[in-house]
Design a binder for this molecule. Structure first.
Ligand SMILES: [Fe+2]
Ligand SMILES: [Fe+2]
Length: 170
C-alpha cells in the first residue's frame, strides 16, 4: 500500500474540539482518516476472518454512505456556488457514483465470494484517490471562498446522523 497521510500536514487545524461544533473541512477530513484506518484494518485481517471482514466492510460502506451523501447534499452545492468550479465538483460527483456502485455490490455480496476482497480493495483505492483530490484541491478552494464552514459543519453532522444503510444490509 502506498498510502501516506502527507496531505493532512498542509491543512491548518482550526478548533480541535472533540465535543463542540466542528467546521465542515475538519469534520470531513476526520471522516477521511477514520475510513482510511478501517480500510487498513480490513487489509490486516488477511485471508481469514470472513465474519469480521464482512462486518468491517459493511461498516466502511455505512461510513462512506453517510459521508458521501452529506457531501453531495450540503457541502458540494455550497462549494459549487462559491467557487463556480463546475469541473471539479462534477468530477467529485462522478467518483461518488463509482464508489456507490461498488458499495451496493459489497452490501449485497456474500463475504465468502471470490471477488469480495477485490471489491473492498478497489473501493479503498478509489476513495484514496478521491480523498487526495478533496483535501489537495477542493478543501483549500473552499477555505479561500470564505464559506460559513462552521454552519456547514453543523448541517453535515446533523445529516450524517439521519442516514442509515438499508436494514437488510446489516
Ligand atoms: Fe470526502
Ligand atoms: Fe467526496
Amino acid at each position: 500500500m502506498s498510502t501516506t497521510s502527507q496531505t493532512s500536514g498542509k491543512m491548518p487545524k482550526p478548533i480541535p474540539t472533540a465535543t463542540g461544533p466542528q467546521d465542515a473541512i475538519t469534520l470531513l477530513t476526520e471522516d477521511h482518516e477514520h475510513v482510511k484506518s478501517l480500510f487498513e484494518q480490513y487489509e490486516e485481517l488477511g485471508d481469514r476472518a470472513h465474519v469480521s471482514k464482512h462486518k468491517l466492510a459493511l461498516q466502511i460502506c455505512e461510513e462512506l454512505t453517510k459521508h458521501a451523501t452529506a457531501e453531495e447534499e450540503i457541502f458540494y452545492p455550497a462549494v459549487r456556488a462559491a467557487t463556480k468550479d463546475d469541473d471539479m465538483l462534477d468530477e467529485a460527483v462522478v467518483e461518488h457514483a463509482s464508489a456507490k456502485d461498488l458499495i451496493a455490490q459489497i452490501i449485497s455480496a456474500d463475504p465468502g465470494e471470490e471477488l469480495f476482497d477485490a471489491k473492498v480493495k478497489v473501493l479503498g483505492e478509489l476513495i484514496d484517490h478521491h480523498v487526495k483530490e478533496e483535501e489537495g484541491e477542493m478543501f483549500p478552494k473552499a477555505r479561500k471562498a470564505k464559506l460559513d464552514l462552521l454552519a456547514l459543519g453543523q448541517a453535515i453532522a446533523a445529516r450524517k446522523e439521519e442516514i442509515e444503510l438499508p436494514p437488510t444490509a446489516i
